[in-house]
Ligand binder design. Structure first.
Ligand SMILES: Nc1ncnc2c1ncn2[C@@H]1O[C@H](COP(=O)(O)OP(=O)(O)OP(=O)(O)O)[C@@H](O)[C@H]1O
Ligand SMILES: [Mg+2]
Length: 505
């Protein structure tokens, strides 16, 4: 008897429908899988055998041939366990034949329970697009599957439950509850008002958030760099629904969605430690999973103690910083994950940390200082628009009573500035000022005559390169947008000039 069933595979962030056929024939009992199965799918045989036996069914004592199509796609990953089990139960007439409007996915335990499986969101997404609306997914992943409009989601706890359902003995009720994501009232662990003093750093972070600019903070130990960076999620513009779904898809494939509240409601803030592996940072693995830089998509990637990440770790950031994507090459062709984030870096100015500090002498040699600073390569520094020094806070400011601005107030300004940019850049692929190329800069960065004079003088006196010139204009655009100004004035240019990188020794 021949049984056909739909299963699914994820490559990168895309789901691909796979057809599984099982045929039972006379001959020596055994199971052969053809159609380019990966070793992980071969392993499924053993899991399926145990799960079937432990679910009150019989593993057929006949010859089983399994074919997976399309034949040119390498089948990998553990989501095939459940469809394989169902198909062979159908082929051996233990459950009725399966409708072509049904999709099954999930990893099986030996005892027959169905385990949380990564990538449910893109898999259910592609199924519904193809008109396969009834999806049987692991119980834990039902809320995630329900995010796809038009999906009829059946949460499966065990293979036994599913068998009862298919036989019509005890129906599984469809998962109804729509995940209600509250995109309006985010709660944050760190608020900008908790940070005393450092007004100019807060301002720089506000500009970074408003225009999507990368920022590097340099300062002595204990000045508050880490604390300041951790307040940034609270001033970022809220996620739109489209962005929330994008972020959710990445976390789905990473297998990192919380099952109770699957839809992302906040912009990600990722702070990997500098000892992280290459695959952990950029993504990869046997079934390529997104790394930290993709988990930071639409949010912040915070690299604390940035020089410690080393040359190799930092060089891989160049492609994502330039194109907003990361390409991972592997034996079966490359996969691409999105990686568009605001980079926030923090570092000490030298190995001991006190170079340039007013109260404590630096114990490093000049050569040690410059060697340390050179760990960040020129091309990388070029992609960081804002450079800001974070000096130690004086006692008066730390102990002072002065109430600082809350993040909510700052965020309101950031969101207003983003709206101006969205209107201006409508119809392009560019979302914010930092992404403008030379053509957009020429079109949108209109300077008043005094501002033109100031830029000209700065170019000559500071010896700014063409690239630095563009960087200043983009930053000035964001600063003018925060001020609600249509044209860029001299004050905007002057502030933008302050954020240029220091001359490194
Ligand atoms: N401006 C500030 N307002 C309030 N508390 C502060 C401020 N700066 C530092 N602190 C306090 O000092 C602690 C250390 O600050 P933080 O870890 O941010 O320093 P850092 O600049 O990252 O130092 P390091 O270079 O050693 O990493 C903070 O957790 C906070 O309690
Ligand atoms: Mg720190």
């Amino acid at each position: 008897m021949l049984a056909r069933i739909f299963a699914c595979e994820v490559i990168g962030l895309e789901g691909i429908i796979v057809e599984v056929e099982v045929d039972t024939t006379q001959g020596l009992p055994g199971m052969v899988i053809v159609g380019l199965p990966d070793a992980a799918v071969q392993e499924a045989r053993e899991r399926v055998r145990s799960a079937v036996k432990n679910s009150g069914c019989v593993f057929p004592q006949r010859r089983l041939t399994v074919n997976m199509a399309p034949a040119d796609l390498k089948k990998e990953g553990p989501s095939y366990d459940l469809p394989l089990a169902v198909a062979l139960l159908a082929a051996s007439e233990q459950v009725p034949l399966i409708e072509p409007t049904q999709l099954f996915l999930g990893e099986l335990s030996l005892d027959g329970s169905v385990r949380h499986t990564a990538g449910v969101l893109p898999m259910v997404g592609v199924a519904v697009e193809r008109g396969i609306r009834q999806v049987f997914v692991p119980r834990d992943d039902a809320p995630e599957a329900r995010l796809i409009e038009g999906a009829e989601v059946y949460p499966v706890g065990t293979l036994g439950e599913l068998v009862d359902h298919l036989r019509g003995e005890r129906r599984i009720s469809p998962f109804e509850q729509l995940a209600t994501a509250d995109l309006d009232e985010p709660v944050f662990a760190h608020d900008m008002s908790h940070v005393r003093g450092q007004e100019h750093v807060k301002r720089a972070l506000e500009v970074a958030a408003a225009g999507g600019h990368n920022i590097l903070m340099t300062g002595p130990p204990g000045a508050g760099k880490t604390l300041l960076a951790r307040t940034t999620p609270s001033i970022l513009p809220r996620l739109t629904r489209a962005e929330a779904l994008e972020v959710t898809r990445i976390y789905s494939v990473a297998g990192m969605l919380p099952s109770d509240t699957p839809l992302a409601t906040q912009r990600p803030f990722r702070a990997p430690h500098h000892t992280i592996s290459h695959a952990g940072l950029v993504g990869g693995g046997r079934f390529p999973r997104p790394g930290e830089i993709s988990l930071a998509h639409r949010g912040v990637l915070f690299l604390d103690e940035m020089p410690e990440f080393g040359q190799a770790g930092l060089e891989v950031l160049r492609q994502p910083l330039e194109d907003g994507i990361i390409t991972i090459s592997r034996a079966q062709g490359s996969v691409t994950f999105p990686a568009k984030f605001i980079l926030i870096g923090a570092m000490n100015p030298c190995p001991c940390g006190y170079y340039g500090d007013t109260t404590r002498p630096c114990t490093c040699s000049e050569s040690a200082v410059s060697k340390y600073q050179r760990r960040l390569s020129g091309p990388l520094l070029d992609r960081i628009d804002i450079h800001v020094e974070v000096p130690r806070v004086e006692y008066e400011k730390l102990a002072g009573e002065k109430q600082a601005e809350t993040s909510a107030v700052v965020r309101a300004r950031v969101e207003a500035a983003r709206q101006v940019q969205q209107r201006r850049l409508q119809g392009t692929k560019i979302a914010c000022n930092s992404e403008m190329g030379p053509a957009e800069v020429r079109k949108h960065c209109v300077l008043t005559p005094p501002a033109q004079q100031l830029v000209k003088a700065a170019m000559q006196q500071l010896g700014l390169s063409a690239r630095a010139y563009h960087r200043v204009l983009k930053l000035a655009r964001t600063i003018a947008d925060l001020a609600g100004a249509a044209e860029i004035g001299p004050a905007h240019i002057a502030e933008a000039l302050q954020y240029r990188p220091p001359i490194r020794g």
